[in-house]
Design a protein around this ligand. Structure first.
Ligand code: F6P
Length: 324
């Protein structure tokens, strides 16, 4: 039997499709191992405000296919303070919680790492963000669904782009990381992809557009966090210099974060959810459970927080070769 008798699960940071599937997996894996489970609503803010609810197996029925998070989520400013974290710990003590699973991104893991250094409580993290920007895992929960949502949206815009011979600048999410933009750009046959990781040369893009002759229908994917100032800004500059083009802008926004998770995200969330409970039972703490080469790995929080995940540069070449 595990020394853990009661475990808490929370979602933190931006919601991502597949978080519910991960909650379900954590709850059911814990119950299977004889551990009681409590859900914490609204991430760390709910931990501070004692917003807890007991979770039974039936409470997580019929959620594997739902986007968002049934526990709600937040980016808590109070948890960044010593006093906030003290309050949070008092509430965990009151509830007799022995360990926590946090589903979120690097900000959430950073909070967990600081918290468990100050207070003696084990934390395991499950990577959940559409950005796929966490070091130590090939995929984060929500990325595959968001990627497919982008591809579907860009395909639709492509219909208008070719029918009207227009040049579209489409901005996609990813914070400071270009995984969504690069992969969706290749998958949609984008003519150019502007990424935060690359020193984008606007002049080079202008020359490319000028030299391509009669081709008027183009899709340029712009990752947010790029160095060109966003899709609208670069489109405004292009409008002045490339008068032959009929230019439009589309910022996909939060449509990328919602929706029913893909089969892959449900599968990933299920595996990572079970792995997180097993890790806690094995006395692991302050680690993220990740998925590398289709296998579960354990990555210390400090490593995933302080290392950056790089884009595969071969893919930059692939995108470039195929755009010509
Ligand atoms: O981290 C997920 C993400 O969707 C990023 O891609 C984006 O930069 C950010 O969250 C948007 O956050 P918010 O929903 O708080 O505006």
């Amino acid at each position: 039997m595990s020394v853990i008798k009661k475990l808490a699960v929370l979602t933190s940071g931006g919601d991502a499709p597949g978080m519910n599937a991960a909650i379900r997996a954590v709850v059911r894996a814990a119950i299977f191992r004889g551990i009681e489970v409590v859900g914490i609503r609204r991430g760390y803010q709910g931990m501070i405000e004692h917003d807890f609810l007991p979770l039974q197996s039936k409470d997580v029925s019929n959620i594997i296919q739902r986007g968002g998070t049934i526990l709600c989520t937040a980016r808590s400013k109070d948890f960044k303070t010593v006093e906030g974290r003290r309050k949070a710990f008092r509430n965990l003590e009151k509830e007799k919680i022995d360990a926590c699973v946090v589903i979120g991104g690097d900000g959430s893991f950073n909070g967990a790492a600081v918290f468990s250094e100050e207070h003696d409580i084990p934390f395991v993290g499950i990577p959940g963000t559409i950005d796929n920007d966490l070091f130590g895992t090939d995929y984060t929960i929500g990325y595959d669904t968001a990627l497919n949502t982008i591809v579907e949206a860009v395909d639709r815009i492509r219909d208008t782009a070719s029918s009207h011979e227009r040049l579209f600048f489409i901005e996609v999410m990813g914070r400071g990381a270009g995984f969504l933009a690069l992969h969706s750009g290749i998958a949609t046959g984008a003519e150019a992809i502007l990424l935060p990781e690359v020193d984008n040369d606007e002049e080079h893009l202008h020359q490319y557009l000028i030299n391509q002759g009669n081709k008027k229908s183009n899709i340029i994917l712009v990752a947010e966090g790029n160095n060109v100032g966003g899709a609208q800004a670069i489109a405004d500059r292009c409008k002045k210099e490339l008068k032959d083009y009929d230019i439009r802008v589309n910022v996909l926004g939060h449509i990328q974060r919602g929706g029913s998770p893909s089969a892959f995200d449900r599968f990933l969330a299920s595996r990572l959810g079970v792995a997180s409970v097993e890790a806690l039972i094995d006395n692991q703490r302050s680690i993220m459970v990740g998925f590398v080469n289709h296998d579960i790995v354990h990555v210390p929080f400090n490593k995933t927080i302080h290392s950056s995940k790089n884009l595969n540069h071969i893919l930059l070449d692939v995108a470039d070769i195929l755009a010509h």
